[in-house]
Structures are given as C-alpha cells and as structure tokens.
Design a protein around this ligand. Structure first.
Ligand code: TYD
Ligand code: MG
Length: 460
C-alpha cells in the first residue's frame, strides 16, 4: 500500500527533518526548510521510498574497448567561452551555468546556440521554462543571432523533454532554467531542492546516454529561497559562474569545476545593446578607467589559468573615527587583508590598527592567488604615506609572515604582459630572478625584492 509522507528539507544543504525548523542544524542557515512529500511503499523491510520504475540495468564495458572518438570537442566559436570550457564543448558533457538573476545567462546561451548553429551547422534545442517563444524570438532578433538551427521548446516536464530529445536528436541542449524543471514522480513544487536535484540528474543522465551536451542554467539567490546550483555542483562535469557588477557592464565567466580542463580560466564580456561582446584584451580593458594621480593606486599582474591579467589595486587608509578600525575589501578575502595588514604593522611599524583600511580590486574580479600581495602592500603603504606611485610601475609577489617576498609561479608571463602594455618598472620577487639569468626587456627595468623593507624604501 502506497502512503504519502511529508517531511521538511533544507534548501541549502538538503538535510531532512520530520518537523519544520527555523535554523538548519547541519548548515546553520535560517529559514531554509520547505515541506516536501514522498510516496512510501510497504514491503518486507518496512517502508521505503518508491524507486523509479523506469530503471533498466546497464552493462559494464571493458575500458580498452570504449570508443573515445565520439567525445571530440567542438568549438562554440565564442573564444572567451571556449577557453573557459577548456577548448570547446564536449558532447555528453553537462555544464551548469550559475549566476544572479538578470546577469545575462540566457543572453549568453542564446548567443552560443547561434554561434554553434552558424559555424558548424549544429541543431540546438532551447528548452525554456521561463520565457515565452515570442520573448526569445525578440531577443534573438536584437542579438542578431543565426536562428536557423535553434528550436525553442517551452516545456518543464522532465519526461516530455527526454522524449523530445530522443525524437529530434539535437546536437546541443539548453535548459533555461533548472529551477523551472518538474519531475512528476515527486510531489514537491518546482524549484525545491528535491525537484531541482532529481530533474537535473535526469538531464545529466540524458546527456551521457544520448551523447549530447546539456547546458543547465541555474539562478543563484542570496537568501537561499531558490534551491540553487550549489546542490548540483558535484553532479555535473563543468560548473561555470557568471559574475559581474550590474552598474558597470562587464561580465566575467569563470569555471569553478571542469572535468575537461583548467578551472582557473576566465572569460570577460561586455553587456551591450546587442548582447555580450567578447573582450580579448582583458588587461587593457581593466586598466582603461585608471586615474593614477592619486595615492593608494598600484597595478599588479595576476595569472588566471594560462592568461596573465593586469589590474589596478586601490587602497584607502584613513584615521579611525569610531573606536574599532574597519577593514573592508572588494575582490580580496578580508581575512587575507587582515593578515597583510598585520605583517605591515609588525615588520614596518606602521600603526595601521588606528586606521580604517578599504581595499578595492578594480574590475570586480575576485582574486585568490597570492601573487597579488606585493601590490596590496604597496597600495596600503602608498595611501598611508600619501605618496603617488609612478603609474608605469607594476608589482607582483607573495608576502610571507616574516615580511619576505616569495617567488610566484608563471612570472615570465606576468613580465611579458607588463612589457606589452608599456610598463617601465617591475618590482617582483628576487627569488624568481635568481633563476632567470638574462632578460630581454631593454625598455623595462626589473627590480628584485627580498623583503618588505626594500619595498618600503622604494616607496619613500
Ligand atoms: P538575461 O540573459 O535575461 O539574464 P538571466 O538569464 O541571467 O536572468 O539578461 C537580462 C539582462 O541583460 C537585462 O537586464 C537586460 C540585459 N540585456 C542587455 O543589456 N542587452 C541585450 O542585448 C540583452 C539581450 C539583455
Ligand atoms: Mg534567463
């Protein structure tokens, strides 16, 4: 005898509870529990959840008999996006695209569908649960995409989608969005964690079986009211996040998981009236708005994936007016900032605990690589002493706790990017230079630093 059972599921971490809870005891998030229902069936071992009746047992295949030729990549011809994917789209891959609502996910994927259709004549099925066919038609017209091979399919039922895919056999599937998908065997509402997880699992399985790449669009909301892409990250092959600042029009696409390539690559786009436009020269773009006539501004070179990028680091150091000194940071982990401030205070004797420190990595990039440390220290010293740093100077290097400047990886790439953009002076770890015997950059002076004291002397 089948019986309905209700329980509550945390939409953030998926933990279950028989009662509603205000705060999840597992992930400590507030107001994340939603009621869900499941059908239970009595059997010899008591009650268990009904399993899908459509399961058919598979057959193991010897590893050396697997034909790998079917999984050759094909390029989307949007170079910034292909690079993030690791060189193109792999058939049978499932790619999750997460980001805030309105950031441009649907726009990007419609452009990709158009680019794939026009460059390699591939058929794309765009499953839309959010927008009507007319809305997508208008958008496609505005974006000037090639619509000849794009098929719009307004559907949310997972079984209907699977059937249509088998019938039409497209070369690319876009699901917009996972939060609208509906898996009829579950009684919970679309958008709840169990629906999103179950429905997406079906789509991922379909991608593998039919050897068709599936793009899953997922909205991310800060309050956790929508079960989000976080719950799916472990299931898909590639996770791509779409970031950016709404006020300014650029968007950054970055892979946080990639079973087929590096996770450090990023692509930069600008949102215009005709959709997203690629920005191949990221350094030039990020430094464009720079006003170098003020103290606290320096430039650094970070390496994201294979590509070096130059960006401006701004610091503002002002005397504290309300008791406790404030530390605010955009783009850098605030704990890392606190650590660098402690090193500066201890080693150089700067009384930073009496000053508020605000840090900004211009361009909205979030940087975790330690090569940025030296530029942050230089910006803070520059603002503290109110000294303007020569705008043609670039800093990179990692700082150790005793104030030593440590070697960084891929330093040649950083140097050549700085030389390309005409920087006259580069301050970098001496440890790197010891291994580098001659450098061919006649117009750029390279200065090796051993520790913070040398940086401090330079900024006098
Ligand atoms: P959209 O792709 O619908 O976002 P998402 O799918 O992530 O929710 O993007 C919507 C935003 O993009 C909207 O604010 C308008 C803007 N936009 C442009 O600026 N130019 C364009 O050509 C298009 C299509 C959208
Ligand atoms: Mg959308």
């Amino acid at each position: 005898m089948a019986k309905l059972k209700t329980y509550f599921v945390c939409q953030t971490c998926g933990s279950k509870s028989p009662r509603w809870l205000g705060k999840c005891t597992v992930c400590n998030e507030w107001n994340t529990f939603m009621e869900e229902t499941a059908t239970l069936e009595e059997n010899d071992h008591g009650r268990t959840l009904i399993k899908s009746k459509t399961t058919t047992p598979g057959k193991p295949i010897a590893l050396n008999q697997i034909d790998g030729s079917k999984s050759n990549r094909f390029a989307s011809k949007i170079a910034e996006f292909d690079r993030v994917l690791g060189g193109g789209i792999i058939p049978e891959s499932s790619i999750l695209i997460g980001g805030d609502p309105g950031i441009g996910k649907s726009t990007l994927l419609l452009q990709i569908a158009g680019a794939v259709a026009s460059s390699s004549n591939k058929k794309c099925l765009y499953v839309s649960g959010e927008e009507s066919s007319e809305q997508i038609h208008h958008r496609a017209k505005r974006l000037c995409v090639d619509t000849s091979e794009i098929y719009i399919y307004p559907e949310t039922n997972v079984f209907a989608i699977v059937e249509t895919v088998q019938k039409y056999n497209p070369d690319l599937i876009i699901i917009d969005s996972i939060q609208t998908l509906y898996f009829p065997e579950l009684n919970s509402t679309p958008g709840s964690l169990s629906q999103v997880r179950e429905a997406s699992a079906r789509m991922i399985y379909m991608a593998k079986r039919e050897k068709i790449p599936v793009f899953l669009i997922g909205h991310v909301t800060k309050d956790g009211m929508l079960a989000g892409p976080m719950a799916l990250e472990h299931m898909v092959d590639v996770v791509i996040y779409f970031e950016g600042e709404f006020q300014r029009n650029y968007r950054i696409v970055r892979a946080t998981k990639n079973r087929y390539g590096s996770t450090q690559e990023m692509g930069i786009f600008e949102m215009t009236g005709h959709g997203l436009i690629e920005i191949p020269d990221a350094s030039q773009f990020l430094l464009d708005s720079r006003d170098s006539k003020n103290s606290g501004s320096t430039v650094t070179a970070v390496v994201e994936g294979y590509r070096p990028v130059l960006l401006e680091v701004q610091a503002l150091v002002t005397p504290t007016t309300y008791g406790i000194a404030q530390r605010r940071s955009t783009g850098l982990d605030v704990n890392r900032l606190a650590l660098l401030l402690a090193i500066l205070e201890k080693r150089l004797g700067l009384a930073l605990s009496k000053y508020d420190v605000f840090l900004n990595l211009v361009g909205g990039l979030k940087i975790i690589e330690p090569g940025i440390d030296l530029a942050i220290a230089a910006s803070i010293i520059s603002s503290f002493r109110n000294i303007i740093v020569d705008p043609q100077t670039l800093f990179f290097g990692e700082l150790g706790l005793s104030g030593e400047v440590r070697a960084v990886a891929q330093f040649e790439k950083r140097i050549s990017e700085a030389v390309r953009l005409g920087f006259k002076q580069i301050l970098m770890p001496e440890q790197n230079l010891r291994r580098e015997h001659d450098n061919n950059f006649k117009s750029t002076q390279i200065i090796g630093l051993k520790n913070l004291y040398e940086l401090s002397d330079f900024l006098k």
